[in-house]
Design a protein around this ligand. Structure first.
Ligand code: F6R
Length: 596
């Protein structure tokens, strides 16, 4: 959460920073700010709102200078106010800081900086003041003060600071990502960002900052960059990596919102997801077969795809694997041994809870394989091996195409574990082409009519069984985060053990009825809901008399979780738009959840 971009080079910094911060807006969109250094003056412009909204009043491009830092905020400490927006300054206005993460001990630090004048309620603001204090009271130079300040902070975070006095930029990483971009040829241009997409238009040469490391760009000596350990201060040599990652388009391309564009891109992304290296799939399948316990770990939607995997592995590979929500994984540490395998699933590859779960796994010598959608992410580098799910940049906060891509790769793995990789590929290729046919304007229109019918409904229930039970849970997440509706998913068989009491005249209940061994039980459960006045929306390959509204999906066998979530993605989108919400930026959320 929160996006950082920084620039040092020959170009006008505000132009690069504005473009970069817009790209990182998915990481938080409460407020935005840019600080640039021109001559020896730091100028700051910041305000609440999204990048375009703030820019319309502030005109960020009026900021001069070739050095600057920018930030888009997802608030943790302090409300959404202009004062709490980053960058933050020290008392003298000579040090500016942008920060991502949480300073757990900010209260203690602030208490020790009694004479300083604080203007915000943020944890971040202690950083520039602490640097200032260390420079004035202990006589440290800027770089030493940044190092000492970084070492004083507790919690997962990263920050970039600039000094107008020394014309240096220093970046420190302690748990949240910072990546350095270098000019292809000259050593006078540097980018620093939370995510490479912020500067991939300018360069694909990068250097990764690891935890407990810092980088200093010194403008006085021709833009030299130096890396060092935060703890020892020793100089570090860093490898330059060429990123050849096709991010896909990050524009809306004629669609009103990223969300619907990304839903429609599923015409191609399922096929891209299954375009994997067979040798690697088979090797990981073998790891799963020989592991003494395999845990599939993720958060939110990715957590639901892990649950789909648990059912798929049981059904297809007759193999017991465990799906665990990442924030709960440490409670399983007593089961972990060097023979355990962890499959970590994450779109961003930056989710703090998953990274912590990986740390726990690593502390027990567990092998970690990740399923990711962002190349170069922290999780990619923290894992022993990884698969890219190839969905291309997902800009809407709400995950759609990455979800179905994850399910496709997990299905492939289940088939490979069963010794039926080719069968799995055929099944998924058929599903990919069925999704291509399904996503047409008539289909969307049919779903938008249902959205209209559900517009004023306060509760929506979703039921599923077997491999589609986690899809009922995932469908609920889609409706919650886009339409702010109380939506709840259940294992269909559980309804009569309590939740059936909530069904009232006209209560919408989406029944996911796959053409598999769960079909008859699902129809029975839907009938029980209807008998209590429920309005049944069937997601199924065939119509049934119990359905009040039918959302047809292709019959794709055990790839049904892929096709069954898509109509709900479209439904959630249309309800949100009809209610006047921006489906790309759900309130209170951010795409990359880098805090616990
Ligand atoms: C829901 C959604 C979130 C993410 C979750 C994990 O649409 O996007 O629930 O799935 O925050 O994020 P990643 O996959 O980046 O680890």
């Amino acid at each position: 959460m929160c996006g950082i971009v920084a620039y040092v080079g020959p170009k006008k910094a505000s132009e690069i920073l504005l473009k970069g911060i817009k790209t990182l807006e998915y990481r938080g969109y409460d407020s935005v700010g840019i600080a640039t250094l021109a001559g020896n003056i730091i100028s700051v412009k910041k305000d609440i709102g999204k990048v375009d909204e703030a820019n319309a009043t502030l005109n960020f491009l009026a900021l001069e200078g070739n050095i600057g830092i920018a930030h888009t905020r997802w608030s943790t400490h302090g409300g959404v106010t202009k004062e709490n927006a980053h960058p933050h300054l020290d008392c003298s206005g000579k040090i500016a800081v942008v920060h991502n993460g949480i300073v757990d001990n900010h209260q203690q630090i602030r208490a020790g900086l009694g004479s300083h004048r604080f203007l915000s309620q943020t944890d971040t603001e202690v950083i520039p003041h602490l640097i200032e204090e260390l420079m004035s009271k202990e006589g440290l130079d800027f770089v030493a003060a940044v190092r000492k300040a970084a070492n004083t902070l507790n919690g997962r975070s990263a920050f970039v600071a600039i000094s107008s006095e020394t014309r240096q930029m220093a970046a420190a990483r302690k748990g949240t990502p910072l990546i350095i971009g270098l000019h292809e040829t000259s050593n006078e241009e540097f980018f620093i960002a939370s995510d490479v997409t912020a500067f991939l238009d300018y360069t694909n040469k990068v250097m990764y900052l690891d935890d407990n490391e810092m980088a200093v760009v010194d403008v006085k000596i021709d833009g030299k960059i130096a890396f060092s350990s935060l703890t020892s201060g020793n100089e570090l040599k860093k490898r330059v990596v060429d990123i050849h990652w096709h991010v896909g388009s990050t524009e809306k391309e004629g669609y009103d919102h990223f969300l619907i564009k990304e839903v429609m891109e599923q015409k191609h992304t399922i096929a891209a997801a299954i375009n994997q290296d067979d040798t690697k799939i088979l090797a990981v399948a073998n790891d799963i077969k020989s592991a003494f316990g395999t845990f599939f770990v993720g958060c939110g939607t990715a957590g639901k795809t892990c649950m789909v995997a648990e059912y798929l592995f049981s059904k297809i590979a007759r193999k017991h694997i465990n799906s665990v929500v990442a924030s709960e994984f440490s409670n399983y540490k007593h089961y972990l041994t060097p023979k355990t395998l962890m499959i970590a699933v994450s779109q961003s590859g930056e989710t703090a809870d998953v990274l912590e779960a990986i740390d726990v796994a690593k502390s027990k010598s567990v092998r970690v394989v990740s399923l990711l959608n962002v190349f170069g992410s922290t999780m990619m580098r923290a894992s022993d091996d990884f698969f890219m799910v190839n969905a291309g940049a997902e800009r809407a906060v709400v995950s759609t195409k990455a979800t179905t891509a994850q399910i496709a790769v997990l299905t492939l793995l289940a088939y490979a574990t069963a010794g039926k990789l080719q069968e799995g590929k055929l099944l998924l290729m058929n599903a990919a082409s069925a999704v291509n046919d399904m996503l047409n304007p008539r289909y969307e229109e049919h779903i938008s009519k249902l959205a209209f019918l559900l517009l004023n409904k306060k509760d929506i229930f979703i039921i599923g069984r077997g491999i589609n039970y986690p899809i009922a849970l995932e469908a609920a997440i889609k409706l919650q985060e886009t339409c702010y509706t109380h939506a709840q998913g259940f294992a269909a068989g559980e309804l009569k053990h309590g939740p059936l009491a909530l069904i009232d005249e006209g209560t919408p209940c989406i029944a996911i009825v796959a053409n598999d061994e769960t079909k008859q039980d699902m129809i029975n459960n839907a009938t029980e809901v209807k008998a209590r006045g429920g309005y049944i929306i069937g997601i199924a390959p065939e119509n049934n008399e119990v359905f009040d509204y039918w959302l047809k999906v292709p019959d794709v066998g055990d790839a049904s979780p892929i096709v069954n979530i898509i109509p709900v993605q479209i439904l959630a989108y249309h309800i949100a738009v009809m209610r006047g919400y921006n489906p790309d930026y759900p309130r209170n959320l951010a795409k990359s959840v880098t805090v616990k």
